[in-house]
Design a protein around this ligand. Sequence first.
Ligand code: 4NP
Length: 174
Amino acid sequence: MSESIQVLFVCLGNICRSPTAHGVFMRHVNEAGLKKRILIDSAGTGDWHVGRPPDSRAQKAAKGRGYDLSRLRARQVRPSDFDKFHYILPMDEQNLADLERMRPAWYAGHLGLFLDFAANPDYQEVPDPYYGSNRGFELVLDLIEDASRNLLRHIHDTHIDPIFTNLPGDSVGG
Ligand code: 4NP
């Protein structure tokens, strides 16, 4: 498959959770040598913070784990995102419901909660950290790092190297 796989992370403001997912997943993809095969973006369902960099608390927490979010700028989800992205991955149920309302009937990509890819079964949503403490931003990173590892494995095994990774007898999901 020569076409690149395009992934869009979505939250409410595009200044805390989805830019964190953008930065974390980008590093996983770069370290796997797949940056030309997997393209990443993030957006918010709301428009309050359009054009702004990620929240300083999100940037600080991410920097503590070596992720640089400083060059990202918030934008709002647009209808044409459904033309472009193979995976649209909201952070919580409200984001998912808002996207389901925008979803064109023909969209054949994957629209679903990002944490559906996580190994940790304790959380289905990435909790909104905006009105909380710094601990909330660390939890956001924990959940996103987990889901990013498994999303990368899923995209690799499904779209990039399905023949060599899904040989008969291979353990599933290992
Ligand atoms: P995010 O967090 O959706 O993770 O970017 C929020 C950012 C801003 C607001 C809410 C959540 N807000 O109400 O402005």
